[in-house]
Design a protein around this ligand. Structure first.
Ligand code: HEC
Length: 428
């Protein structure tokens, strides 16, 4: 009994002194200090390329600067510290089962620190048009008459309305958007650079449409002013470091897919019964980018591909044309998918259902008004351009289901006599 008390006292004394972190043989743990002492609320990242796909596990330090990265596969890792107020520390090689104290590096300047701030902090430097400029007056103030209020203008930047938003596709305020890449070329004014850059790549046509919807001239002027001020050194406020429960979060990341694919979303289980497919494969929905759906086995970090071609090979590519050369991909058409696999969902039997295009988009007569089809009688459709595909991981068989609907989000209903329902979103 006395021995135990002594042992505990030693542990408590060591913890108070900021020394001891108890680890198992599959953990990495230790203490993060900088020139300022123990660093609380900073991330410790263990990353490896030794597994079949690049993998990282990320934790946060506690108030004494201690960290513990638990349950790591037995390979070698690069470990480093990232945090607000810091710049990334040198990467240290480490293996699980080792105590590893790390030296954090205090950012030499506020500008160096700000490079790690979330995109939204940089976006907060946008000076959006004043409330008095709404409703838009068209040519008179270069804000579209579509836009009735400042809130609607901001909404189209952020979460969006039926029309979508900038951020339904990508962040605003990350390095790619707050700076203008040299590869874009040189332009007489920043406004010209903005008019050019929003036409770049696979979604140029969508971005041009969205700027028109807002009022191109005023919106471009707003963004040009933003990037000019940032180029001149304006910095966002510093974000708070993770606090309280936020420090308990453990993140695992796999770098799967490739630089030309994007994953619109992932399917891991039946959300009505989250034990379906426990520890099973993770299926992605790469939408317009590829028909070769990336699949991840999180227990081994192995990746594979599920091919979901359309049933009718004459189905055209889903993405639009490239309007202008991309600074990253040139004129290459990198989004090649015809089936346009959108959000996949598991059913209760572990089968994967995908909204997918299985045939050319022309709407068949049997979906339209006048057809005797029971579904067309109840709900005639003039735009039935996306159907469904179903993959059964047990039989490895892909099936196609022709349907009358124009949708990309499917959900299984909970009621016994409804199989599944889909949410329709107007496309831009
Ligand atoms: C339909 C999806 C989509 C929407 C909506 C969208 N973007 Fe983009 N955006 C893209 C893609 C894809 C790229 C990458 C282009 C490339 O390959 O060069 C991009 C690139 C950009 C770039 C960087 C170009 C460069 O020079 O590096 C900026 C800036 C940008 N978008 C701003 C916006 C703004 C502002 C909005 C909203 C008004 C918006 N985007 C809406 C898909 C979209």
């Amino acid at each position: 009994m006395l021995m135990i008390w002594i042992a505990m006292a030693v542990i408590i004394a060591q913890q108070q002194a900021g020394t001891a972190v108890a680890i198992d043989n599959d953990d990495i743990g230790g203490i993060v200090t900088s020139a300022k002492g123990p660093e609380a609320g900073v991330w410790v990242i263990a990353e490896t390329t030794d597994l079949p796909t690049r993998f990282a596990k990320i934790v946060v330090t506690n108030e004494r600067g201690q960290y513990l990265i638990p349950d790591l596969p037995k390979v070698n890792y690069s470990v480093w510290v990232r945090g607000y107020g810091l710049v990334d520390s040198a990467k240290v090689k480490a293996a699980p089962g080792k105590l590893l104290d790390l030296k954090a590096v205090v950012a030499p300047t506020p500008k160096a620190a700000a490079q790690y701030y979330p995109a939204g902090y940089w976006m907060s430097l946008l000076n959006v048009p004043d409330k008095s400029e709404f409703p838009g007056k068209g040519g008179a103030n270069n804000i579209s008459t579509n836009i009735k209020s400042q809130g609607q203008f901001l909404g189209l930047m952020k979460t969006g309305d039926i029309f979508g938003s900038c951020m339904t596709c990508h962040q605003l305020g990350d390095k790619a958007t707050r700076e203008i890449p040299k590869a874009l070329g040189t332009f007489p004014t920043t406004k010209d650079a903005w008019l050019r850059r929003i036409q770049s790549g696979q979604s140029g046509a969508d971005m041009v449409k969205m700027f028109n919807h807002l009022g191109t001239q005023r919106t471009v002027a707003m963004f040009a002013d933003w990037t000019d001020r940032i180029a001149a050194g304006e910095l966002p406020p510093a974000p708070p470091r993770p606090q309280g429960l936020e420090r308990n979060v453990v993140i695992k990341q796999w770098n799967w897919g490739d630089e030309k694919t994007y994953m619109h979303d992932l399917a891991v289980t039946d959300r009505r019964n989250p034990t379906v497919n426990a520890n099973g494969l993770v299926f992605s929905s790469p939408e317009m980018s590829t028909e070769n759906t990336p699949v991840l086995d999180p227990s081994t970090s192995k990746t594979s591909v599920l091919a979901v071609p359309p049933q009718d090979p004459k189905t055209p590519r889903a993405a639009g044309p490239v309007l202008k050369t991309s600074p990253y991909f040139g004129d290459e058409v990198i989004w090649t998918s015809r089936s346009d696999v959108h959000n996949a969902m598991f059913d209760g039997q572990g089968r994967l259902w995908m909204t997918a295009r299985i045939r050319p988009p022309a709407t068949p007569a049997w979906c339209r008004a006048g057809s005797s089809h029971p579904s067309a009688k109840r709900f005639p459709m003039n735009e039935a351009v996306r159907q469904a595909a179903m993959y059964d991981p047990k039989t490895k068989k892909l099936s196609y289901i022709d349907l009358c609907f124009h949708a990309h989000h499917l959900l299984f209903a909970s009621s016994a006599n409804t199989r599944w329902c889909a949410w329709k979103q107007r496309s831009m």
